[in-house]
Every structure is written in C-alpha cells, then in structure tokens.
Design a protein around this ligand. Structure first.
Ligand code: AMP
Ligand code: MG
Length: 270
C-alpha cells in the first residue's frame, strides 16, 4: 500500500478536521482480490515484527479501535491477528463498566489493560467511549466529559513517554451500509446474537454520535497518538488499511532481537 493512503487517513491537522471529508466507501484504487493477497503479505511482515518486539521485550504497541456498531471492529481483529502468535497479542473489549470498573475513575480499567513490554495490545472500544456514548446518552454532564479530552491526551502522552506506541483507528462506516449490516444480522441466525434492540436507538442518534466523534478526533489527534479515519464500507479495504497502519508503526519501532549472552559464545552442544 502506498504510504500516501496512510497519510490520507491520518488526522495530522486536527484543527481543520471534518469527518464529512472522509469517504466511508473509499478504496484508494485497490481491488478486492489483490487486496486479499496484499493482506497476506502484510501479515507475514507483522508476524516477523511481532516476534522481534517480543524478543526485544522493551517497548509495546497499542492499537485502539473505535467505531459505530457494525463498522467491523471484531472482523478487523479477526482478519489481522489470526495467524500471529497469540502469546504476544492481548485483545480487550470494553463493555458498559460494571462492578469495580464503575466505581473507579474511567481510565482505571483501561490502564490495567495496556500492553506490557514486548506485547501488542488491541482495544475493541476504549476510554473514548467515555467522551462518546457517555456524552451522547447524557451519562455524565458536559462539565465532566469535557475535561476528559485533556486527561486522555495526558494519559496517552505518559504511555508514549514510557515506551508504548499508540495507533488509533476510527472505522468509518456510512449510515446506509450500517443499515445493510444490521439487516444481515437480523436475517442470519448465526449473526443475530450480535444485534441488540439498543443498536437501533443508537442509530437514531447518528448525528449526535457524528458530532461526538468529530470533537473527540479533533481534540485528541496528537503528534504522539494521531487518529486515522479508516474507510469501513468495504471490509477488505478496512482490513488492509488497518493492517498497513499497524505495519507502518511497527516498522518505525524497528524492534531488534537482543544480542546473545556473551557467555554462550563458542558453546557447542554435545
Ligand atoms: P459491543 O461492543 O457491541 O459488545 O457493545 C458494548 C457496549 O458497551 C456499547 O454499546 C458501548 O457503547 C458500551 N460501552 C463501552 N464502554 C462504555 C462506557 N465507558 N460507558 C458506557 N457504555 C460503554
Ligand atoms: Mg454491538
């Protein structure tokens, strides 16, 4: 994938960011069959870089996936991480906070799930729910959620300073494609478990979520943790795009196998 596609997805000018400038059906001129082959190539590279990251055991990578329902967060995780060593990848899906989570500050459960040295962490939803659904549904007043942009930037800055590379992707699905996917879920008994009646209520709040996403992306696209707006109307574009964004981040990290223990030099196994 040409690097200019990644540059087009990256929000490097947050002040002038507008979600409507990003086409959910964008294909970057790719074709479906070639994209499937390209994804396999990317995964070979990801596998090698993951091995190095684990062997180096110093730094970590955190992939944050945010999206509306049916944009394909689960499918993205399955498509990119199947085939990688599961010992080095930790996926966390954040649901409505319950029990202890609900009585702590909103970053508590998130911090606990951050990847350790040598690990890749994947967040399926994240602390961004606390400025998105919480704002749109009025679970907290403006005076509370508004301050969270600053907390989040400072929290992510700390993670970055301490050795975690943060990659943030918003999977951008259109309203029409979400309708098709909801209908598929309703009609297919193997998919209907994914559908909640509340999904339709959230769909009615589409414009409010649009504003909330736009503000969140604008307020929290930083040089150390920029957002990427990934076109998500075509699964194959979405998967290849996220895989490439991740690969670029890992290449930049350039993790190295540690040198061998000097005491084993010239050792021969009899
Ligand atoms: P799903 O990802 O479809 O399994 O749904 C998880 C649900 O949990 C979504 O409706 C999210 O909006 C909700 N959720 C996740 N995090 C939070 C949070 N911090 N506060 C309120 N709701 C949340
Ligand atoms: Mg859902």
């Amino acid at each position: 994938m040409a690097n200019d596609s990644i540059a087009r997805m990256r929000v490097s000018n947050p002040k002038s960011f507008e979600l409507k400038k990003f086409d959910p059906a964008e294909t970057f001129g790719w074709h479906k069959d070639a994209a499937a082959d390209a994804l396999q190539d990317v995964k070979v590279h990801l596998d090698l870089l993951q091995q190095r990251l684990a062997a180096e055991n110093k730094r970590s990578l955190l992939l944050i996936l945010q999206a509306r329902d049916a944009a394909g967060k689960d499918g993205t995780v399955r498509s990119i991480f199947s085939g990688l060593n599961p010992a080095g990848v930790q996926v966390t899906s954040f649901k409505v906070p319950a029990g202890r989570e609900a009585s702590q500050d909103y970053l508590w459960r998130v911090h606990m799930a951050c990847p350790g040295e040598g690990e890749i962490g994947v967040f399926n939803r994240s602390h961004y729910e606390d400025v998105l659904v919480v704002r749109v549904k009025g679970f907290a007043p403006r005076s509370v959620w508004k301050k969270r942009f600053r907390h989040i930037n400072e929290f992510e800055r700390m993670l970055h300073d301490e050795g975690t590379t943060i990659v943030k992707c918003f999977l951008n699905v259109s309203k029409a494609v979400q309708a098709q996917r909801f209908q598929d879920r309703l009609d297919d008994p193997t998919k209907s478990w994914k559908f909640r009646a509340g999904d339709l209520a959230d769909r009615k709040l589409w414009p409010k979520f649009q504003t909330a996403y736009e503000d969140a992306i604008r307020e929290t696209s930083t040089s150390h943790a920029p957002w990427h707006v990934v076109p998500a109307d075509h699964n194959w574009v979405r998967n290849l795009a996220v895989a490439n964004i991740l690969l670029e981040a890992l290449k930049k990290l350039d993790p190295q196998f540690p040198p061998p223990d000097p005491t084993i030099k010239n050792v021969r196994v009899e």
